[in-house]
Design a binder for this molecule. Structure first.
Ligand SMILES: Cc1cc2nc3c(=O)[nH]c(=O)nc-3n(C[C@H](O)[C@H](O)[C@H](O)COP(=O)(O)OP(=O)(O)OC[C@H]3O[C@@H](n4cnc5c(N)ncnc54)[C@H](O)[C@@H]3O)c2cc1C
Length: 366
C-alpha cells in the first residue's frame, strides 16, 4: 500500500483535531431509503465507489440508516457493496438531515472511512454538507466523474466549474474523509449479482433530538414520469420562443410516449417547470432518445444528456454547438420540422401501432 505523506497538523488548522490520512480506509456509500427500498441514485453511487475502492485497494461499504431498513442491506451487497453498516432504530423512522447527518458523523469518527459518497438527491444535497462541515472535511457536489491519484491516495473529484468549458479535478489532500456527491443518473446502476455475499454490521447509536417537527404527511402522486426515468424526451430551449412552442413539443412527446424537458433558459423563462430542466443544475437524464429543439448545446446542458442513447438536434443555426454532439442533426426552424414530424407520425399511427413501432424501434418503447 502507498505510504501517504504525514500531515503537519499544527501548520494547517491547529484548531481542528489532528488526523493523518493514513488512518482512514474504505469507501462508503450512504444510502437513501425510500418507501420502495434503496433509492436508485444511491445504488448508482456504487459504480464510482467500486472504481475508487479498486484503485485504493479498499472495500466498498454501504451505510443504511432508518427504521425497518435492515432488510435492504442485501440489496446493497448484491449491487456491489462488500459490507453494509446498518443503523435501524425507531427514532430514525422520519428523515431529519441533522439527525441522520450526525449518525453518519458518529459512525465516521468510529470507522474512519477514506471516502464518503452520497447521491445528490434532495436529501443527499442537504445532508452531505452537514457531514463534511461537522467532520471538518472537504466536499465536492455534483461530481460527474471520480478518479484517484494512487501515489497520494487522493480522490480526484471531477466536475465542470462554472464556465463548464473545462473540467475541474478537485482534491482535499490534508483532510479525510473525502466527500463527494453526484446527481441521479450520472452513473449507471451496477447490475444485481445474486451470488454476491457480504457482511452486515449492526450499530446502535445515540440519536439527536430532531430540529423539525412533522405535523402531517401527504404523499404527492406525480402524473408524469419523472424526467430522469423517461425513455424519450423532447426538450426545448430558448429557440422554442415561448410556452406556445412547448405545446408543440408536448404534442410530439405525447405521440412518442415521452415527456417534455428543456434547457435552463426555458426553465428560467417559466416555459417548463424547473424539475424538467436538463443539465448541470437540472437533471441528468438517460433516455434512449433525446430530441433537442432550439437548444444551442452549452456544456452545462450537454452534461445532463451524456447517458442519452441517441441525440437528435434541431437548430436553425448550422454552426450550433449541439451538432457536434448530436447523433442526428436537422438544420431548420424547429416548428416546421416538429409539425412535419407530428403529421408523419400521426399518419403512421393511423396505419396501426406496428408502423409506428417499426419507425421508433422496439428498444425506444421499452
Ligand atoms: C453554473 C451554471 C449552471 C448551468 N446549468 C444549466 C443547466 O442545468 N441546464 C442548461 O440547459 N443550462 C444551464 N446553464 C446555462 C447554459 O450555460 C446555457 O446558457 C443554456 O443551456 C442555453 O440555453 P438554450 O440552449 O436554451 O439557449 P441559447 O443558448 O440561447 O440557444 C438557443 C438556440 O436556439 C436556436 N434557435 C433559435 N430559433 C430557433 C428556431 N426557430 N428553430 C430552431 N432553433 C432555433 C439558436 O440557434 C440557438 O442555438 C448553466 C449556466 C451556468 C453558469
Amino acid at each position: 500500500m502507498t505510504q501517504v505523506p504525514r500531515v503537519e497538523c499544527d501548520k494547517l488548522c491547529p484548531e481542528w483535531p489532528c488526523e493523518q490520512p493514513e488512518e482512514f480506509r474504505h469507501v462508503w456509500v450512504v444510502a437513501e431509503v425510500t418507501r420502495n427500498g434503496i433509492h436508485e441514485a444511491s445504488l448508482q453511487m456504487l459504480t464510482p465507489a467500486r472504481k475508487i475502492a479498486e484503485k485504493l485497494g479498499n472495500k466498498v461499504i454501504g451505510v443504511l440508516i432508518g427504521y425497518n431498513v435492515a432488510g435492504y442491506a442485501e440489496d446493497f451487497i448484491k449491487h456491489g457493496a462488500d459490507e453494509v453498516i446498518v443503523v435501524d432504530q425507531e427514532e430514525l423512522e422520519s428523515y431529519d438531515p441533522y439527525v441522520y447527518g450526525q449518525v453518519v458523523v458518529d459512525l465516521a469518527k468510529k470507522y474512519k472511512p477514506e471516502v464518503i459518497l452520497v447521491a445528490g438527491t434532495m436529501r443527499g444535497r442537504e445532508m452531505a454538507p452537514y457531514i463534511a462541515n461537522t467532520l471538518r472535511a472537504g466536499i465536492t457536489a455534483d461530481c460527474t466523474d471520480f478518479d484517484v491519484d494512487e501515489k497520494e491516495r487522493d480522490v480526484l473529484l471531477i466536475r465542470p466549474p462554472f464556465a463548464a468549458i473545462m473540467l475541474a479535478y478537485i482534491r482535499t489532500p490534508f483532510r479525510r474523509p473525502q466527500i463527494g456527491t453526484a446527481r441521479p443518473a450520472v452513473f449507471p446502476t451496477p447490475p444485481r449479482d445474486e451470488g454476491r455475499k457480504g457482511e452486515v454490521i449492526y450499530e446502535k447509536v445515540k440519536t439527536l433530538k430532531p430540529r423539525t417537527t412533522i405535523l402531517s404527511r401527504t404523499i404527492l402522486e406525480k402524473r408524469d414520469v419523472p424526467i430522469e426515468k423517461a425513455q424519450i424526451i423532447v426538450s426545448g430551449g430558448k429557440g422554442v420562443g415561448g410556452p406556445e412552442g412547448f405545446k408543440i413539443l408536448a404534442r410530439l412527446a405525447d405521440i412518442l410516449g415521452g415527456v417534455v424537458g428543456g434547457s435552463k433558459k426555458a426553465a428560467d423563462a417559466g416555459w417548463i417547470p424547473h424539475e424538467r430542466q436538463v443539465g448541470q443544475t437540472g437533471k441528468a437524464v438517460k433516455p434512449v432518445l433525446y430530441i433537442a429543439a432550439g437548444i444551442s448545446g452549452a456544456g452545462h446542458h450537454m452534461i445532463g444528456v451524456r447517458e442519452a442513447g441517441r441525440i437528435v438536434a434541431i437548430n436553425i443555426d448550422p454552426e450550433a454547438r449541439i451538432f457536434k454532439q448530436a447523433d442526428y442533426g436537422v438544420v431548420g426552424d424547429y416548428k416546421e420540422i416538429i409539425l412535419a414530424l407530428i403529421d408523419e407520425l400521426e399518419r403512421l399511427k393511423k396505419q396501426g401501432p406496428e408502423a409506428l413501432k417499426e419507425l421508433l424501434g422496439e428498444e425506444s418503447r421499452e
